[in-house]
Design a protein around this ligand. Structure first.
Ligand code: SF4
Length: 267
């Protein structure tokens, strides 16, 4: 097997959705069909991710519970101003002002939920311990490994008794953790174990679903670690030119919502 490159951990998510979409986007370099929904999704992703990364900073400014809502709302305005600069490449060509007004009501609802959850935590353990709980050790932490043949950037690394990765997801959550999110979070745990030369395994990571303000655990079982390695090997074959069949997952619903559908069915 020829190994030309490291697999970006985010490709695991695309792979879990559909291996053929990896071939179309990463080998043929086809861009998914632009749509209003996709543009709004990308903008919403940038805003929610940025807001999540600033959560501990917001809490650090609060002296009284009554200040939480105002602090969150003020920071939302800061995020809306900063996002076009921070995510300039990612948001290229998107009508930011037009879409912000459309997604603002959703963001305000999520802020209400965030406020409720922060209040519950502060009531339970106080501001200082809450701050410790939500303050990452590192954000956007780069990781790569020649041996694991992966590279990526972890949204948040938390340090308590163990280190653990947190992957921020801004789309709709399912009942549990989506397979792609599971694979990604486990791959980050493997990379962290290697980078930090940990003697013990990282037993779990978390996926933070911002729309419901919930962190859901991902246990790094042997089976999941194996699925990560198997997915990586499949991805290497795809990037080396192996073309996955059409609809390999057998789900017509996935193809209906897929931005590659038009091109995919022609090949
Ligand atoms: S249209 Fe279907 S088979 Fe093609 S890439 Fe999308 S999900 Fe995969």
């Amino acid at each position: 097997m020829k190994i030309r490159m490291k697999i970006h951990v985010s490709s695991l998510n695309k792979y879990a959705f559909c291996p053929r979409s990896v071939y179309l986007s990463e080998v043929l370099q086809i861009e998914p069909k632009p749509s209003v929904e996709r543009s709004k999704g990308l903008l919403g992703h940038a805003i929610r991710k940025e807001f999540s990364l600033r959560q501990s900073r917001i809490l650090g400014r609060i002296h009284d519970m009554d200040e939480i809502e105002d602090a969150l709302l003020n920071e939302l305005e800061n995020v809306l101003e900063d996002v076009p600069y921070i995510y300039k490449d990612f948001l290229e060509g998107i009508k930011i002002d037009e879409y912000i007004s459309e997604i603002r009501p959703e963001l305000l609802n999520e802020i209400k939920l965030m406020k409720e959850k922060l209040e519950i935590m502060i009531n339970e353990v106080g501001v200082e311990d809450s701050l410790k709980r939500i303050t990452p050790w590192k954000v956007e932490y780069p990781v790569k490994s020649n041996r694991l043949k992966f590279s990526g950037r972890i949204d948040k690394v938390m340090k308590e008794e163990n280190y653990f990765p947190v992957e921020i997801k801004t789309g709709n959550p399912g009942d549990g953790v989506w397979e792609g999110d599971r694979l990604q979070t486990c791959a980050y745990s493997l990379l962290l174990e290697e980078k930090l030369r940990l003697k013990k395994i990282i037993p779990f990571g978390f996926v933070e679903y911002t729309k419901i303000q919930e962190k859901r655990p991902v246990m790094n079982t042997e089976q999941l670690r194996r699925r990560v390695i198997n997915a990586r090997d499949d991805l290497i074959e795809i990037l080396d030119g192996k073309i996955p069949e059409i609809c390999p997952h057998g789900s017509g619903k996935k193809c209906e919502v897929c931005g590659f559908r038009e091109e995919c069915y022609k090949i």
